[in-house]
Write a protein that binds this ligand. Structure first.
Ligand code: SAH
Length: 217
């Protein structure tokens, strides 16, 4: 497949970035990642223009690509440093993983939907993000083989914080996870001070597709 990023796309993207900048919440590095990565590559070509509205959008397997504001928000909370080893739960379209990779992180990302996993793995290679390591699996289990991680980001809405993921975070590490009982989740930032002390902050309400255990064909 051929991927085209034309002046129209670039113009729409610049407007999106300007609207995100207006919130005065996000580092310029993050805005630059959003300005440089063609988000429309992560959607079906028929919906290219929708890529630059600040909304979530359906992708395959009844899943969604997170809203740009949410991607910027979670990325900001992660405080990404170059070379950070980051685990993402919920690869979805691959866009959030691409943003983290652009910021210089070593990205490991897990998806539970087999079809989505294959499609996104191919896409990331085709558009130059082959450095992102993709895995088919159940995010509840994390990736013990590659632990510990400096940061963990969950991009599906959890009812509880999976203890296995907290285990796979290094002391001093940060986990960002939307968590709560109803449809609206609290954006939770956990800082693992050491194995016994965990700081927990709630930073606003967000809506996500559900975090479901097990793999789906
Ligand atoms: N980060 C994605 C957001 C995708 S939506 C993006 O930028 O597009 C959340 C994704 O989490 C969905 O693709 C869903 O299938 C996946 N998911 C839900 N529960 C999961 C689990 N237990 N393990 C791995 N992925 C999961």
């Amino acid at each position: 497949m051929e991927y085209i990023d034309n002046y129209r796309h670039k113009g729409l993207r610049k407007k999106l970035v300007d609207s995100l900048r207006a919130h005065k919440l996000f580092d310029e590095k993050i805005l630059k990642a959003i300005a440089d990565i063609p988000r429309h590559f992560f959607l079906d070509p028929a919906f290219a223009d929708w890529a630059y509205k600040d909304i979530a959008f359906p992708i395959d397997a009844e899943q969604t690509i997170s809203q740009p504001y949410t991607v910027a928000f979670q990325t900001q909370l992660l405080d990404v440093k170059p070379k950070d080893k980051i685990l993402e739960i919920g690869t979805g379209s691959g866009y959030q993983a691409a943003v983290l990779h652009y910021l210089g992180a070593k990205v490991y990302t897990i998806e539970r939907h087999e079809k989505l996993f294959h499609k996104t793995t191919v896409l990331l290679i085709e558009i130059g993000f082959e450095g992102v390591r993709t895995f088919l699996g159940d995010g509840y289990k994390g990736l013990p083989r590659y632990a510990p991680f400096d940061k963990i980001i969950v991009t599906a809405g959890a009812e509880e914080i999976p203890s296995e993921l907290v285990k796979q975070l290094r002391p001093g590490g940060i986990m960002v996870i939307p968590q709560g009982q109803g449809e609206d989740k609290d954006m939770v930032k956990l800082t693992k001070i050491d194995d016994k002390n965990i700081k927990r902050e709630k930073l606003g309400k967000f809506r996500f597709v559900p975090f479901i255990s097990g793999i789906s064909k």
